[in-house]
Design a binder for this molecule. Structure first.
Ligand code: PLP
Length: 360
């Protein structure tokens, strides 16, 4: 990947610079997959009153956040580890299998492979074939042989596709035979149509880890809250590798409040129902290739070369619409763009720009 393509979404400044646009060029960010409702309205007041928490170290014995998650997800507290964002859960998972062999099902979030490399794992890859990006289950089962840890993102970033639950169950059974820990990253699971969380599988699966994030759902990327669910032995192993005070006191203090905000969750659901499948379908009707998505984002492309995707990227950015490039996603290699679902007016602007591009 060329150095002037930032590795993650939400990085506006380097992309404006890349296209010679002024730093104050107004931009609607479709590149980061965050809840467009913004953080819950009560949060600002809560933070204003939380100053005391900053004058103390986070209390390692205070497990209110862990208990709130356990209650919310219907698991024992021993199965929960609160982490510094979903990202820390990924790196702890890699640390747990340091020096071993990993399988990453791609194209997917780049951090699985990076975390594995940081912890000395050898990474092998299994490709989801575009344009539908379906998992070949037989190939996946075969690929588990000799693998210590396998990463599956569900729904997948950046494709938005969701490996059927029955297929995950088969993979999990096979992983039991091969001695593999199956890691399912559920960072975007709150945005699927039905309840796709795999929590019920945990009870019978000592080799399953589920990774979650509150970042996307509550639009809180700056706060860093995530967690990991799994068998108590795996959770203890991950905790032993976690840095002291890894999760800050504000994040710990907020978990229970966030999870209890039923009104916010209902409003999120209403927004989602209004935009999906309507928005991806409207884009498809303009003649773009858009794989079926179960997430709060969708891919755009199919049959393009990277230059064509880049030309559209630049066209959108000049109109103040920031897409996510796909350089750095093996198998996509810049030939697709990823777009977040935003609110109705933003999505309408995007649609108008995409229609204009087709009319050129
Ligand atoms: C699939 C996936 N998992 C985890 C993360 C990290 O989430 P967090 O911001 O909670 O660390 C991301 C962030 O983009 C992601 O796309």
């Amino acid at each position: 990947m060329s150095p002037d393509w930032p590795a993650h979404g939400g990085r506006i400044a380097p992309l404006l610079a890349r296209y010679g646009l002024p730093a104050d060029h107004p931009v609607i960010d479709f590149s980061a997959n965050l809840n467009p409702l913004g953080p819950p309205a009560w949060l600002a007041e809560w933070l204003a009153g939380a100053g005391d928490a900053l004058a103390r170290y986070p209390d390692p014995d205070d497990d209110r956040a862990r208990r709130a998650i356990a209650t919310h997800d219907g698991v024992a507290p021993e199965r929960v580890l609160v982490t510094n964002g979903g990202i820390e859960a990924i790196y702890l998972t890699a640390a747990l299998h340091a020096g071993g062999r990993a399988l990453v099902i791609e194209p997917t979030f780049s951090e699985y492979a990076l975390a594995c490399r940081q912890h000395g794992l050898t990474v092998s890859r299994l490709a989801l074939e575009g344009p539908a990006f379906r998992l070949d289950l037989d190939a996946a089962e075969a690929a588990l042989a000799g693998v210590d840890v396998a990463f599956l993102c569900r729904p997948n970033n950046p494709t938005g596709t969701l490996v059927p639950r029955a297929d995950v169950e088969r993979l999990l059974a096979r992983a039991g035979e091969t001695g593999t820990t199956l890691v399912v990253d559920e960072a975007f699971v709150d945005f699927t149509d039905g309840d796709e969380r795999l929590t019920p599988l945990l009870a019978g699966a000592p080799n399953l880890l589920l990774l979650r994030s509150l970042t996307k759902l509550f639009d809180l990327p700056g706060l860093r809250i995530g967690y990991l669910l799994g068998a108590p032995a795996l959770v203890r192993g991950a905790r032993a590798r976690q840095m002291p005070w890894s999760v800050n006191a504000l994040a710990l203090g907020l978990v229970a409040r966030l999870l209890a905000d039923a009104d916010y969750l209902a409003r999120t659901r209403d927004w989602l129902v209004g935009q999906r499948p309507a928005m991806p379908e409207a884009v498809r009707e303009l003649g773009y290739g858009v794989p079926a998505t179960q997430a709060n984002y969708f891919l755009l492309g199919g049959g393009w070369q990277a230059q064509e995707a880049e030309a559209l990227f630049a066209f959108l950015l000049r109109r103040g619409l920031l897409a996510r490039h796909t350089h750095g996603f093996p198998g996509l290699d810049g030939r697709w763009l990823r777009l977040a679902l935003r609110d109705g007016p933003d999505n309408a602007r995007l649609l108008a720009a995409l229609a204009e591009w087709r009319r050129r």
